[in-house]
Design a protein around this ligand. Structure first.
Ligand code: FE2
Length: 293
């Protein structure tokens, strides 16, 4: 990897291929109509043990997965969106809070290399099944010493109910946190409560800011990806005044029949209409077109 300049995410991943365990996963699919896929096979960027651990713990960490020029390109893309949106903002937009831009694939082509990002997508297919879509690419930028810090425990998936009805569709989805900056004590680390994604309907107090028994604190270099089940309780620790701006992309996957993320405002004249129109059917499915009944 050091001997050759890596300019694309594909180059980088080819160079890193052997650093990760792999296995082939073949789904045999029951179909009603001719012409539908009966088999789908994937090269999963994880061992079967890692997939089992992800299912049990609710999260999977890939340290420094993205490095070098591709990482720089993602940082630049987010910084450019930030600049463009703040230029048009009235200056009071943040009010000491972090900034959460959405619809990033619509806003900047620099993010499009993440549309078919196999190290994450193949793992999503290993836990969600053969029919997977991207629900959104958003980001969260936290600023050093900002007044309002969103540090309470939370998950991303409300809607569970008690009692659980017999045919309830447990809404499994994944949020992949792609850290563009180091995850450390100064910038604010990530704490997760392993296994809590399986406690359907169980509440933690919403104002809970303290440490939880069994919590894991994640510190990691820039370019680290943390895959979270949407129901996993987690929290980001504050970005201190001594820290640096912390940028994290949030790439969300769900089954193809789940709608896209309802948050944010879709920009007019975004980039994705053309991308979807020109994409092959498999990519269109990944981008939310078809793949459901
Ligand atoms: Fe969160």
């Amino acid at each position: 990897m050091e001997t050759k300049e890596l300019t694309s995410l594909n180059d980088l991943m080819q160079a890193k291929y052997d650093a990760y365990a792999h296995h082939t996963l073949s789904y045999h699919i029951l179909v009603n109509n001719e012409g539908q896929d009966r088999e789908r096979s994937f090269d999963v960027w994880a061992s079967q043990d890692e997939i089992e651990a992800f299912a049990r713990d609710g999260y999977l960490v890939r340290k420094a997965l993205i490095e070098g020029e591709p990482l720089e390109r993602l940082r630049r893309a987010l910084d450019e969106v930030e600049e463009a949106e703040f230029e048009t903002a009235d200056g009071s937009r943040l009010q000491g809070r972090d900034w959460i831009p959405r619809y990033l694939f619509e806003k900047h082509a620099g993010f499009h290399m993440l549309i078919k990002f196999e190290p994450l997508l193949s793992v999503a297919r290993a836990v969600l099944g053969p029919f997977v879509r991207i629900r959104q690419l958003a980001a969260r930028v936290s600023y050093p010493g900002q007044e309002v810090q969103f540090t309470r425990w939370h998950h991303h998936q409300p809607g569970m109910a008690e009692p659980t009805p017999p045919f309830f569709a447990f809404p499994h989805k994944l949020d992949c946190l792609i850290y563009l900056d180091e995850l450390n004590d100064a910038n604010g680390l990530l704490a997760v409560a392993p296994g809590t994604h399986l406690d359907a309907g169980e509440e933690l107090p919403l104002e809970e800011h303290g440490a939880l028994a069994g919590q894991e604190e994640i510190r990691a270099p820039a370019g680290t990806c943390v895959m979270l089940h949407g129901n996993l309780w987690h929290r980001a620790m504050p970005t201190g005044a001594e820290g640096k701006k912390r940028r994290v992309l949030i790439l969300s996957y769900g089954p193809t029949w789940m709608r896209s993320s309802p948050f944010g405002e879709k920009p007019e004249n975004g980039l994705m209409a053309k991308v979807i129109e020109e994409a092959d059917p498999a990519t269109q499915e990944l981008l939310g077109v078809g793949g459901y009944q």
